[in-house]
Design a protein around this ligand. Sequence first.
Ligand code: SAH
Length: 351
Amino acid sequence: MTEEIITKKDIRKLKLEELKAFFVAHGEKPFRAQQVYEWLWQKSAKSFDQMTNVSVATREMLKTHFSINHIHVDQMQRSEDGTIKNAVKLHDGMIVESVLIPTEKRITACVSSQVGCSLACKFCATARLKRQRNLNPDEIYDQVVAIKEQSESLFGRPLTNIVFMGMGEPLLNYANVVTAIEKITSPKGLNMAAKRITVSTVGIAKMIMKMADDEVKFNLAVSLHSALDGVRSSIMPINDTNPLSELADALRYWYQKRKKKVTYEYVVWKGINDTKKDAEALLTFCKIIPCKVNLIEYNPIDDGEFQQASDDKLRMYQELLEGHGITTRIRKSRGKDIAAACGQLANKTVV
Ligand code: SAH
């Protein structure tokens, strides 16, 4: 079975035009290709046999040429707070994780963009897996579909938001992430609004500029964690080659082109970035372009090197920022009991 899947071409790698050309070459009408395409994307068919308005002969013909490499939710864990973590198996056996986060008003899908991650942020569990490979657009899309289905079947509510805050660095798999988002937002796909989608990045300056040039419609979040180069470099090695001054320039460019606020994600750690000086540096950074700040709770990843700062320190940050008109939220973790929270995604079955 596995061998069969790998040797046949994945039909979702074909663009609609290519599928039409294939149909014509096999003596079929082009509109049949359109029908199949709708099954593949809009209706998220996992097998050719689901395509009931396509003749059995055509389905058999498709089966001899193609596979549908749909992801498979291998394991689903539910947290006490309602959060669901999916271990998602890819066609080559690799595993990524995606999370459904329910709140009163929203249901958010947190999806992965890579198997593992190359960035080596010291506080993040995914970093320990190293980067194995990029996800294909359909593998990203399928995670959203799986969570959308869970949202509807388990909560009776629609999926409202998507955040690229799972495993991996989305801007290092930019083309595939953008293709997936195009499908997610297309009326021929899931028809979700781009303004409900947020891509979170470690802050790769040249890719933020590319996003601005491409006039993407989704939101940008940057995992900042420190606005002081020395501190940031000590916890996020990317900062050595991509310092805050370059990030600041890229953000200015983003705002100039897109006129959209950025969200900064920021964890306050005891003894690392919990002084007034750290908070003031963040305040200065926040003046670069309109922004809001999410102070996110630290989710320990076992070694004790990093510890969440006290509530007093969080309040010190919040008061300073809010005092200068910057919306600052303190975000409590979700799904901690099932290791589904930020930075905890590191499925042990990944090799
Ligand atoms: N690579 C992207 C996407 C990952 S998002 C990025 O860096 O933005 C995951 C978010 O969780 C990031 O903001 C990351 O900095 C944060 N994070 C990582 N490890 C964490 C941990 N142990 N506790 C809390 N947040 C963490």
